[in-house]
Design a protein around this ligand. Structure first.
Ligand code: UT7
Length: 327
């Protein structure tokens, strides 16, 4: 067992809603197609001009308040995000500035596809257990609407914006991180990509003209890989914890597609009543999806002390992983 536990959760969703009917006015799609193929009914979008870090600051404030910890007590901040506030510096310093972290904690961005939050949680717990940090904030934050091609119906219906956060602290008791399994399959690095704007292909008039600053995805390839990846990581992390899928109280999968979540739960033999789903209301918020769903369930009082909670995700890279915690 890694002696670190989640002591507070928080989340933030932008106010602006975009329903499937709204999207049907932009591209050739329908509410029926989107709901039946993905489970998504609406998503939230960050308004133009609003800085994404604002969402991370709001989610982190909630997590700190829930834990009863002052921002000045944080000594590690991990911002899990695929596209940072700007190329240099990353999102973490913007969140630290927004929170007023005058104690100058360690902070960095973690870019790991939609699995970023799970990776961040695992490494934050490890850092706390090893004594490298006492209070670690992990913020999953994403505003992929800024990189969405609103004329491409294969991608624009899927994503939403948002942020979620957890505070991780040392845990001498039973509660804490019981198992971790993290993996990456680089043979699948082309499945999900945003090609321009980095060092390989800096932004130019040509890249903008060719739409290379938009997120591109081989939906079917992602679809086929996602379930076996999350199943493998979950079985490994549960085995490490000395648990079986039958002992899981809550499975919180990355909210990518209901048609990915359901077969995953079925293969693990976890009944749907124990699977956390909010994709209908928030869509796929990438790195933010798990902490947003976790916070929703915690605030609704659905997760009780001592329960076994499994967080599992996959994403670009392709990176995937699972963290098992006793609440
Ligand atoms: O966080 C990880 C990120 N990504 C994912 O998790 C995505 C994983 N993949 C998926 O969720 C699914 O592959 C999609 C939802 C993206 C697509 O569903 P699908 O059942 O695999 O559909 P498809 O790509 O096989 O397309 C079927 C048809 C195509 O039409 P034709 O070629 O058969 O005439 C598409 O052009 O559906 C069409 N289509 C749409 N129709 C209406 C694709 N997108 C839409 C749309 N509305 N939004």
């Amino acid at each position: 067992m890694i002696e670190a536990r989640i002591t507070g959760t928080g989340s933030f969703l932008p106010e602006k809603r975009l329903t499937n009917d709204d999207l049907a006015r932009l591209v050739d799609t329908s509410d029926e197609w989107i709901v039946s193929r993905t489970g998504i009914r609406e998503r939230r979008l960050l308004s133009p001009g609003e800085p994404p870090s604002r969402m991370g600051v709001a989610a982190a404030r909630e997590a700190l308040a829930a834990a009863g910890v002052a921002p000045q007590e944080v000594d590690l901040l991990i911002a899990a995000t695929n596209v940072s506030e700007q190329p240099i510096p990353g999102t973490a310093p913007f969140i630290a500035a927004g929170l007023g972290l005058s104690q100058e904690p360690a902070f960095f961005d973690l870019k790991c596809g939609c699995a970023g939050f799970v990776y961040g949680l695992a490494f934050a717990a490890g850092a706390v257990a090893a004594g490298l940090a006492r209070r670690a904030l992990v913020v999953g934050i994403e505003a992929l609407s800024r990189f969405t091609d609103w004329s491409d119906r294969r991608t624009c219906v899927l994503f939403g914006d948002g942020a979620g956060a957890v505070l991780v602290e040392a845990s001498p008791g039973r509660a804490g991180v019981l198992g971790v399994s993290l993996h990456g399959d680089a043979s699948k690095l082309g499945l999900l990509k945003l090609e321009a704007g980095g060092v390989r292909l800096p932004a130019s008039q040509d890249t903008v003209r060719r739409g290379l600053h938009y997120l591109k995805m081989e939906g079917e390839g992602v679809f086929r890989s996602a379930v076996p990846m999350m199943e493998r990581a979950t079985r490994e992390a549960l085995a490490q914890a000395g648990l079986t899928p039958g002992e899981v109280d809550w499975l919180i999968p990355h909210q990518a597609n209901l048609r990915i979540i359901r077969p995953l739960a079925a293969r693990l033999g976890i009944p749907e009543a124990r699977v956390v789903v909010n994709i209908d209301r928030v869509a796929n918020t990438s790195t933010a999806s798990i902490p947003i769903a976790l916070d929703e369930w915690v605030r609704a009082g659905k997760i009780a002390p001592d329960q076994i909670v499994v967080l599992t995700a996959f994403g670009a890279g392709a990176s995937y992983g699972t963290v098992v915690v006793r609440w």
